[in-house]
Design a protein around this ligand. Structure first.
Ligand SMILES: Cc1cc2nc3c(=O)[nH]c(=O)nc-3n(C[C@H](O)[C@H](O)[C@H](O)COP(=O)(O)OP(=O)(O)OC[C@H]3O[C@@H](n4cnc5c(N)ncnc54)[C@H](O)[C@@H]3O)c2cc1C
Length: 294
């Protein structure tokens, strides 16, 4: 099913560029879908927070691939053989993808980027804004010792006592189907909506601030979502002295470090100094303390 034809130097060591096929597509919420691709080689090596680029096979419209983060890997008879990702329809490619059905031919390159580190702590909190919640499934399953990722697997036992997802969206009708997450033993979920139609009425960062003032404060925070939200999370954690990692969703064209379209600003040793780093190769996950936060 998979036809591998090249691998580029800027990609991670185990990355490959393949033509593969859609196994299934399921709608999780209005404009939100989970897509399953057959790619055993990538499924065996990918780790939580890494991403890959996807585009239709052949043709030039759209010309550029689009980046998507790992949701989870799926086992076949001989171990991981497929990759799931969850996407929100916002434009040209994701609109096209929402019509893909079983057997659709797809170009895939990855795994790309660094991904989240393995958390070793008591309480890992993941702050997800909108579609930025998706990496938490694999993160939680790995940290709680339910599933292994990477080759060799980078963690084989439970490394945290508990994981909390703080999931923020505009309103209840933007909440994704959380069935997969509710099935993870040891993962607690708190919700926030801007309009109060589900969970906490207000910003998802309120849940972080509240938790930091409680006995069960997180000692590590992972986060993905809109940039202003991530910068706010970074600032709150820096003030509280809590380890914090942000996964940037900078738009990018190649995914393997050649085009420099995804650069972000990193602090340097000089006071007020900064330099650029590529989100696709040096990220997408950065310690919040390294980033220039607005
Ligand atoms: C490392 C990484 C991981 C990602 N993982 C996921 C994921 O798991 N699920 C998911 O749904 N999305 C994810 N994204 C975002 C996803 O790549 C974009 O939503 C997608 O490229 C949009 O393609 P499109 O052709 O549908 O939209 P386009 O037609 O290309 O764009 C439509 C509009 O959206 C804006 N836009 C496009 N991309 C972005 C972006 N990254 N940030 C802000 N505005 C943007 C454009 O400027 C334009 O206004 C990720 C991005 C990165 C960098």
């Amino acid at each position: 099913m998979t036809n591998e034809f090249s691998c580029l130097p800027g990609m991670t060591p185990h990355a490959s560029w393949v033509t593969t096929r859609v196994i299934e597509q399921q709608q999780l919420a209005p404009d939100t879908y989970r897509l399953r691709l057959h790619c055993p080689k990538a499924a065996r090596v990918i780790t939580p927070g890494q991403f890959f680029m996807v585009r239709p096979q052949g043709g030039t419209d759209p010309l550029l691939g689009r980046p998507f983060a790992l949701y989870d890997t799926v086992d076949g008879e001989e171990g991981p053989e497929a990759i799931d990702f969850v996407y929100h329809v916002i434009g040209k490619m994701t609109g096209l993808m929402s019509h893909w059905t079983q057997g659709e031919a797809v170009e895939f390159w990855g795994p790309l980027g660094n991904g989240f580190p393995v958390a070793h702590c008591r309480h890992l909190m993941y702050i997800g804004g909108g579609i930025g919640y998706t990496p938490v499934l694999a993160i939680a399953r790995e940290a709680l010792g339910h599933r292994r990722y990477g080759l060799p697997s980078r963690s084989s036992e439970r490394t945290v006592d508990r994981v909390t997802l703080c999931y923020g969206v505009r309103s209840a009708d933007h909440l994704a189907d959380l069935t997969d997450l509710n099935a993870v033993d040891g993962l607690a979920i708190r919700q926030a909506t801007d309009d109060g139609s589900a969970g906490h009425h207000g910003l998802v960062t309120d849940l972080l601030t509240e938790s930091l003032q409680s006995d069960g404060a997180p000692d590590t925070v992972f986060c993905c979502g809109p940039l202003p939200m991530m910068h706010a999370v970074g600032r709150i954690c820096e003030a509280a002295g809590v380890d914090c990692w942000l996964s940037l969703e900078s738009p990018m064209a190649c995914g393997f470090g050649a085009c420099f379209s995804c650069v972000t600003r990193i602090r340097t040793d000089d006071p007020d100094g900064w330099d650029y780093r590529r989100t696709c190769v040096e990220g997408p996950v950065f310690p919040a303390t390294q980033l220039v936060l607005d």
